[in-house]
Design a protein around this ligand. Structure first.
Ligand code: GLU
Length: 430
């Protein structure tokens, strides 16, 4: 069932490209090479065997990982994904992006990421529950509300987080729900967390459109991915009056030059499971979707989607990376030559971890905020992160791209924390 969306995934090693990006940003920002020494490997990387009793009584042992990249800024934080196509290297890169993301948006967490190699679509709920609980037991004390705090990611959701919170609480013999975020409201979740990544991507797009003097309400939007992030972002753009002319998911893509009715599409996806066969829209391929004549393209699916072989066909003026790592380094170069602004993932999709932070804060002091408070705080954080990165980028990287600017800005903050904590013996600058 590997989709068109994920076919190109292996094309690039995202760990190597992340390491070169970090190295380059450290050089450009004239930071000490010791900063790179700290960031080039996770502080801890574990691989665990996860035995699970399947519904037919057999036992299957799955492979799980947790990458705890860096905690100079606070406890490790990052999603847990259930996916058939995960490697140790890709997970290390994903955990590095979390470190950069948290520092960039100013939430006091380090970076982490976990995964279990499995096909969750072929497992029953009971099997997924046993898998989740077994994973928590395998990780033992390296998880904790002050140590490492997982959250939903690809094919994990609030229910999976509730199982994790329950299993962890049983292990430590007290209710300790702050060990994960993205939980259901009934067990310490936060209103608006589910929509937060899509909502954050919307705020960042709005700010980018302002900075580039693109009238947002008239902008033709294309979204690749209609899961949690893509569908919530689509709803916000639709409410703003923007025509969403193309949407794609694992099943294929659809096009309507007059704009797709997002409410009807959401109902269609709820009923059929995917965007394919949406009445009234033209079916197109994923490649055609990325090449549509539009103003703003929002990749909200997987890594390595805009590549050296399809970037030249992109016609959008702005790309807002709601997914993690959707653009390869070769594609970045092509897009830069074409003067297409790429708003990088570590900024565009940081809304999720930002509201995770709000959830953790509420869990810590035992009080719940209302939706308006959550959304207002999210908007403040995203607008201020965009503006700080954008002005830093304009000031420092006139000749470069926004991704480099975002990496420089984020790593500089990490370096400051390293210096204060005494991790850099010759200071933070070269
Ligand atoms: N999985 C999300 C991400 O990649 C959220 C992480 C979190 O909330 O900790 O940003």
């Amino acid at each position: 069932m590997l989709s068109e969306v994920s076919k190109t995934k292996k094309e690039d090693n995202i760990l190597n490209s992340t390491l070169s990006m970090m190295k380059q940003a450290i050089e450009f920002a004239e930071l000490s090479p010791d900063v790179y020494e700290h960031l080039k490997t996770p502080m801890r990387f574990v691989e665990v065997a996860i035995p699970v009793e399947m519904d037919d009584g057999s036992t299957k042992v799955f492979t799980g990982y947790r990458s705890q990249h860096n905690n100079v800024y606070g406890p490790f934080k990052g999603g847990l994904r259930y996916h058939w196509d995960v490697t140790a290297d890709s997970l290390k890169a994903l955990s590095m992006w979390m470190t950069l993301k948290c520092s960039l948006v100013g939430v006091p967490f380090g970076g982490g990421k976990g995964a279990i190699v499995c096909d969750p679509l072929k497992m029953s709920d009971r099997e997924r529950e046993r898998l989740t609980r077994s994973y928590v037991r395998s990780l033992g004390t390296i998880l904790g509300p002050e140590i490492d705090i997982p959250a939903p990611d690809l094919f994990t959701d609030a229910q999976v987080m509730a199982w994790m919170a329950d299993e962890y609480s049983a292990n430590v013999r007290e209710p300790s729900f702050g060990v994960v975020t993205g939980k259901p409201l009934a067990v310490g979740g936060c209103v608006g967390r589910n929509e937060a990544t899509g909502r954050g991507a919307f705020f960042v797009t709005r700010e980018a459109a302002r900075a580039y003097r693109i009238p947002l309400e008239k902008s033709r939007i294309v979204i690749q991915g209609f899961g949690n992030v893509g569908s919530n972002a689509a709803k916000m753009f639709h409410d703003e009056g923007c025509p969403i002319i193309g949407v794609g998911d694992i099943s294929g893509a659809i096009f309507d030059k007059d704009g797709i009715d997002v409410g009807k599409l959401t109902a269609h996806v709820k009923e059929t499971g995917n965007v394919k066969d949406f009445p009234g829209a033209e079916p197109i391929s994923n490649e055609d979707l990325l090449a549509l004549d539009c103003d703003i393209l929002i990749p909200a699916a997987l890594e390595n989607q805009i590549t050296g072989s399809n970037a030249d066909a992109v016609k959008a003026k702005v790309i807002v990376e709601a997914a993690n790592g959707p653009t390869t380094p070769e594609a970045d170069k092509i897009l830069k030559d074409k003067k297409i602004l790429v708003v990088p993932d570590i900024l565009s999709n940081s809304g999720g971890v930002t509201v995770s932070y709000f959830e953790w804060v509420q869990n810590n002091y035992g009080f719940s905020w209302d939706l308006n408070t959550v959304n207002t705080h999210l908007e403040d954080k995203m607008v201020s992160a965009f503006n700080s990165v954008y002005s830093y980028f304009c000031e420092k990287c006139v000749d470069s791209d926004m991704r480099t600017g975002a990496y420089m800005y984020s790593i500089k903050r990490l370096a400051e924390a390293m210096q204060y904590r005494g991790w850099l013996h010759n200071g933070m600058y070269t």
